[in-house]
Ligand binder design. Structure first.
Ligand code: DMJ
Length: 517
């Protein structure tokens, strides 16, 4: 098993006493100025350089303060009615916004807020709950959030809590194939499939989005069981016959066969592909199997799903048994960033091709924002009947504070330093401030094409975990959570790359010696 040594952890821990400045000295940038939510900085600046100050910090403070005031301990804030939302995804677990925000608060240097969040985790977060929990959601938000908080701060409490939670997820894997079911009762360990999933199937994006966190759970415990569970999933997916090399979204945990042939890089499929390339990167580029599976999957996606519209926009269609549905979801917009971070490690002659593809996808997603009245993008946009990058159905017009588009801006910025990505991030900030900020927090909107938006009354926890974190990183220096050292899980929780050369002599084995900050 790969080991992450204590030296490794210590060296990557944050110097929290110095809040990261998040100041941008970008001489090439065209527009300046912050409107609402302006963050006044005291950092010295050179007068001949046009500066921007990270706007995500005051947005985070505002979102957090309102959550704290009106919804403390609940999962999410309902900012219009000023109360907490519990929801049914976390099986009785509470405080999703707190756990999802720990690392964002910490990297932004919001120290008091972080301390209060930590204290809540220590004294209130209760893992012995009953109820219907999504294995996927609990993994990406709670396991991912606690792991990140531990790696960034070295605080033992996060390690203790995440190990307690990790054990509670294991019964979901007790199926004939070892492919976990989607829902688990954290108290009884009973698990079952989502009622809406065809024929008791499990969802690719759910059982395929456990790898990063589970490998780290094994790293922390020294217990290989977590890695074994996800390697078993990997093995089955690697072996099974794939239509045109594609991975359909539904698989039976009983038989290990595909249940139907719907393929998507958006909802139901998305983060499975993301975790292949990130597993490779997180293993310090040792996980050759993940690498091979990622590039083959990408090849199949390019041959079967990638399309060019008459207007020249590159998009990812969905595939239903060979028939294309010319629709791209907001969720699929993460793939600009994914293709960009994988550009360097494929065949060398394809590097530029992947960077171009990543840029084209990100451009299309930006167009979906640009073509709306609010300058925020719809849940899904289409490329048919003369439509390009626009939602045609009423039911696809909403925006729920999702991160995927700004996520790709952040990765594209880091890979290319083309100032247009910061410009686009800036536009997103202005649109969020104008249309999603309400008196007591941020809210999603029901129709991005309406000039007077109607709010959905939900401040999603991923807005604090992801959208604001990616915006903060977009306007920060590259060495803040450098991509050379960290990979982000699909909820934007940074996990350290596990170095191969971390030998026992360097204090690397057996496992991590956790120490306080
Ligand atoms: C987040 O919980 C994660 O990014 C997940 O992978 C997809 N959906 C939401 C955000 O849109």
């Amino acid at each position: 098993m790969l080991r992450l040594g204590s030296d490794e952890i210590k060296s990557r821990r944050f110097a929290r006493s110095i809040p990261y400045p998040c100041l941008v000295s970008d001489a090439r940038s065209e527009s300046g100025g912050v409107s609402r939510g302006e963050h006044k900085s005291t950092y010295a600046v050179k007068s001949n350089v046009r500066l921007r100050v990270c706007p995500a910090l005051p947005m985070m403070k505002f979102a957090w303060d309102n959550y704290r005031r009106y919804a403390w301990g609940k999962n999410e804030l309902q900012p219009l009615t000023r109360n907490g939302h519990t929801g049914s995804m976390f099986g009785g677990l509470r405080g999703a916004s707190i756990v999802d925000s720990l690392d964002t608060l910490y990297i932004m240097g919001l120290n008091e807020e972080y301390e209060e969040a930590k204290e809540w985790v220590e004294t209130v977060l209760d893992m012995s709950t009953n109820g219907e929990a999504s294995l996927f959601e609990v993994n990406i938000r709670y396991v991912g959030g606690l792991l990140s908080a531990y790696y960034l701060t070295g605080e033992e409490v996060f390690k203790r809590k995440v190990l307690e939670l990790g054990d509670k997820l294991l019964p979901a894997f007790n199926t004939p194939t070892g492919i976990p079911r989607g829902v688990i009762n954290l108290g009884s360990g009973t698990s079952w499939s989502w009622g809406w999933a065809s024929a008791g199937s499990s969802i690719l994006a759910e059982f395929g989005t456990l790898h990063l966190e589970f490998v780290h759970l094994s790293e922390l415990t020294g217990n290989p069981v977590f890695t074994e569970k996800v390697m078993n999933i990997r093995k089955l997916l690697n072996k099974i016959e794939k239509p045109h090399g594609l991975y359909p979204n539904f698989l039976s945990p009983a038989t290990g066969n595909w249940v139907q042939h719907h393929v998507s890089v958006g909802g139901l499929g998305d983060s499975f592909y993301e975790y292949l390339i990130k597993s490779y990167l997180m293993s310090d580029k040792q996980d050759e199997e993940a690498k091979k599976m990622y590039y083959s999957a990408l090849e199949a996606i390019e041959s079967n799903l990638v399309q060019k519209s008459p207007g020249g926009l590159t998009y990812l269609a969905e595939w239903r048994g060979g028939i294309l549905d010319h629709k791209m979801g907001h969720l699929a917009c993460f793939s600009g960033g994914m293709v960009a971070i994988g550009a360097d490690d494929g065949q060398p002659e394809k590097r530029q091709h992947y960077l171009d593809l990543a840029a084209e996808i990100t451009h299309t997603c930006h167009e979906s924002y640009k073509r709306s009245a609010t300058k925020l993008g719809p849940e899904a946009f289409r490329f048919d009947g003369g439509t390009e990058a626009t939602a045609t159905r009423l039911s696809d017009r909403y925006y729920i504070l999702r991160p995927e588009v700004v996520e790709s801006y952040m990765y594209m910025w880091r890979m290319t330093h083309d100032p247009k990505y910061r410009q686009w991030g800036w536009e997103a900030v202005e649109a969020l401030e104008q249309h999603c900020r309400v008196e007591s927090g941020f809210s999603g909107i029901r129709d991005v094409y309406a000039t007077t938006p109607s709010h959905d009354n939900m401040q999603q926890s991923f807005f604090l975990a992801e959208t604001l974190k990616y915006l903060y990183l977009l306007f920060s220096d590259d060495d803040l959570l450098s991509l050379d050292d960290w990979v982000f899980n699909t909820e934007a929780h940074p996990l350290p790359i596990i170095r191969q050369n971390c030998s026992p002599e360097r204090g690397g084995a057996p496992g991590i010696e956790a120490t306080g900050p």
